[in-house]
Design a protein around this ligand. Sequence first.
Ligand code: E4P
Length: 272
Amino acid sequence: MKIFIDSADIDEIKQAYEWGIADGVTTNPSLLKKAVTKHKKKNKNLNLKNYINQILKIAKGSPVSLEVTETSKTGMLKQAKNIHKLFKSHKNVYIKIPINPAFKESDTTHFDGITVIKQLTKLKIKTNCTLIFTPEQALLAAKAGASFVSPFAGRIDDFIRVSNKLKVDKTAHYPVWGMQKKDKTLHDNGIVSGIDLVEQCVTILKHYNFKTQVLAASLRNTRQVRESAMVGSDIATLPFTVIKEMLKHQKTYEGMKNFTKDIVPEYVKLTK
Ligand code: E4P
């Protein structure tokens, strides 16, 4: 499973690539806002084009997702082409397009994301279809030619809890098999957990040999990373905080202390 860093903060991205664990980057408007706010404190004349160019350079050809902020069909298409043109030389930009840019049921724009993905695919512009909350959304995005589909695991877990008036602790583990209330498994349209959503997307896309890769997104803890890998997700995008947790275990620290105590000097002399 590839690991992407879910961040627009150049310091975090740089560190993850220096550690050698990052295979790509995902950003969204909220992550970009957070990063720009932080970096503007250091440099109020922050040049966003240079900033993004630096991120693309750090990523060394690995995929970097940049999201459109327009919501109309023509607006998204124009902006996607502009983003592609601006950073074309790096060859690693993936345009993030929402699966459905409508704000409410009565809007008439539900299929605009799909149409835009289809047009960008024809132009050979790579896309990451975002805000996936059902396997059927993933199927339509894959049929339109999206390179990645991003099921939002953590947000589904939150949604199931909120809809059932349960306390939401975002970083706490949400069972893959779902949560029970009055002997019933809670679900959203048959999806019992965020990882269940990821698994259903993986199953469907593998079944029909789509080239589209499943990118497990909105992951909040290391167990969700493990579970994404167990259900065969192609990619997991992780916040920096989750990446940092992945290597920690008290028995690893203890093992290191004990092995260090037992070092035979002759061995060190021989091998140093
Ligand atoms: C990544 O592509 C998504 O934008 C991101 O994982 C969303 O995560 P969140 O639900 O924690 O905001």
